[in-house]
Design a protein around this ligand. Structure first.
Ligand code: PMP
Length: 408
């Protein structure tokens, strides 16, 4: 079967991990999700600490009620694209609510966060333009640049100096410069110096596009994200986000201070040629925007930041090699994929779910135990998470010995 020969190396990686832990860590199946921070596998209750459910709104009563009411009013699916039969009042209301929240001129809602980047990046850039992309960009940003006719230049992660150098090197500028960064980076949990990127980008006459998928809801005075937290939101050209994290649903959005962004609806292929998100998805996200931009959102943000500091300190005190300062994403570097898989499995078998993150999904080919916190975690939950990581330290020698034996 030559078609499948190219999967040889991935098959042997998966094979080794399965030999070590008896399962595929990328195929975990929960028998039940009981709430925002608890799941069950078999008869084992598990603390969920890898869900990206940053504000815990997936089980918020108002968000759930809004989703149910939308099904009652408008059914379970839209069965069509936004430009055909797929634009409902819910989509229009949500676009208005998000544009208002950001104080931006325009907002377009998409079917997923992934498609948001595919659509906006490929739709906003053309043949003569040059995209400058952070070296640690998420896969869907990379795929957006692949779909674009523009050429792409990568700059060193989180380095406005390197961006400046690469923009300066372009001898003949035929089209526009389009710079793409993220707010909070999803794997290491490090943040971009947006103000410095803005400075460099605009000095070279370019546009700045920020994916705030992981920062919307948790950063900024009203939860708009990192650009708001750094006091520069009004200067950013485009901010993209997803509904699948703080907004507790499925879908994505891009807001812009440029009213001309509206015309892009007519050219963005991953917007034009796919079904729009369902009324229930959109209504849940709309209810979540209302929460985020309210005193309830303030309280949720206060708690998630308290928990982030508590967890970061706890793991740091235990001697874990953490990738960044405290934030809702806290990742510990592990020596290699096999050890990481053994440790991840031990945590799961002992009641704690975190993410295992390995190349090519991680920067610098690192293997990570990645935690994403939720505002729904309590101080006691975080104490328990720290305790599990403390116990893991005690068994690391045994796990290593098992690994050597099993790997043969
Ligand atoms: N952007 C970033 C930075 C992401 O991490 C992700 C997914 N985790 C996405 C976009 C895609 O979002 P979605 O899963 O909602 O499609």
């Amino acid at each position: 079967m030559p078609l499948f020969d190219k999967y040889g190396s991935i098959e042997s990686r998966v094979g080794l991990v399965k030999k070590l832990i008896g399962k595929d860590p990328l195929g975990v199946e929960f028998d039940d999700i009981m709430g925002r921070t608890r799941g069950r596998i078999g008869n084992r209750d598990i603390i969920l600490a890898g869900t990206n459910n940053y504000l815990g709104l997936t089980f918020d009563e108002d968000c759930m009620e809004a989703a149910k009411a939308a099904i009652d009013a408008h059914g379970t699916g839209t069965t069509g694209s936004r430009v055909a039969n797929g634009t409902y009042t819910e989509h229009v209301e949500l676009e208005k609510a998000l544009a208002d929240h950001f104080g931006m001129a325009s907002c377009i809602v998409f079917s997923t966060g992934y498609q948001t980047n595919l659509a906006a990046i490929s739709g906003l850039t053309g043949k003569d333009d040059i995209i400058f992309m952070d070296a640690d960009a998420h896969a869907c940003i990379i795929d957006g640049t692949r779909l674009s006719e523009a050429s792409t230049i990568r700059f060193r992660h989180n380095s406005p100096e390197d961006l400046d150098k690469r923009m300066s090197r372009v001898k003949e500028k035929k089209g526009d410069f389009f710079v793409i960064i993220e707010g909070l980076y999803s794997m290491f949990g490090d943040i971009a110096p947006i103000d410095e990127f803005l400075d460099v980008t605009h000095r070279h006459g370019g546009y700045l596009y920020i994916d705030e998928a992981h920062s919307y809801g948790v950063f900024g005075e009203t939860g708009c994200g990192l650009a708001e937290a750094q006091g520069v939101m009004d200067k950013v050209d485009f901010i993209a986000g997803t509904f699948s994290k703080s907004l507790a649903s499925i879908g994505g959005f891009c807001v812009s201070k440029h009213p001309e962004f509206e015309i892009a609806r007519k050219v963005m292929r991953p917007y034009l040629f796919t079904a729009s998100p369902t009324p229930s998805n959109v209504s849940a996200a709309l209810a979540a925007v209302g929460k985020i931009n309210s005193p309830i959102g303030d309280a949720l943000r206060e708690n998630i930041w308290e928990r982030a500091k508590q967890l970061h300190k706890g793991l740091d005190d235990l001697g874990y090699d953490l990738c960044a300062d405290p934030s809702p994403v806290i990742a510990a570097r592990r020596p290699n994929e096999a050890i990481c898989a053994m440790e991840w499995n031990w945590l799961l078998e002992n009641g704690l779910y975190v993410n295992i993150a390995v190349p090519p999904g991680t920067p610098q080919s690192t293997s990570l135990l990645r935690i994403s916190l939720s505002a729904a975690h309590t101080e006691d939950d975080v104490k328990q998470i720290i305790e599990k990581f403390a116990q893991l330290k005690d068994v690391q020698g045994d796990l290593m010995a098992d690994m050597m034996k099993l790997a043969g």
